[in-house]
Design a protein around this ligand. Structure first.
Ligand SMILES: [Zn+2]
Length: 131
């Protein structure tokens, strides 16, 4: 995915979830920063169903954003770190950077009363950060 270089220190985090309307194939996508706005409303691009995020959900997403920013500020440290996983016959070392950039995070939060999977996409601040 190609995109403009974000401003220094600005974490780019997108979040999306599948529309809850039966038979709708829409995916609601937004920037995690936008949810800090009280009037923020997510709208399905296909069926135009509006999702108002309640205070509890917004609070969780805001804290997620802060977590991402903390990770962003530690990129230079994490770039040199590995996660070691013991497996039968040895050890697998996964560069921490891979966990941040190559794996998609999935969090399940309640949207109203419906447990919903949110996909979180985070881009490193610079393509050069993780070699
Ligand atoms: Zn929809």
């Amino acid at each position: 995915m190609k995109s403009a270089v974000p401003a220094p220190g600005e974490a780019k985090a997108k979040i999306d979830f599948r529309c809850l309307t039966e038979d709708c194939t829409g995916v609601i996508e937004f920037n995690l920063r936008e949810i800090a706005d009280r009037d923020f409303q997510a709208v399905c691009p296909v069926c135009h169903r509006a999702y108002a995020l309640d205070a509890a959900l917004r609070d969780k997403l805001e804290r997620m954003m802060k977590l991402i920013e903390a990770l962003r500020n530690s990129e230079d440290i994490l770039g040199d770190s590995v996660v070691s996983v013991n497996v039968a016959g040895g050890e697998v070392r996964v560069p921490y950077a891979l966990l941040l950039t190559r794996l998609n995070t999935l969090i399940t939060l309640n949207l109203g009363d419906t447990p919903t999977d949110f996909h979180l996409w985070v881009e490193p601040s610079s393509p050069e950060t993780f070699r």
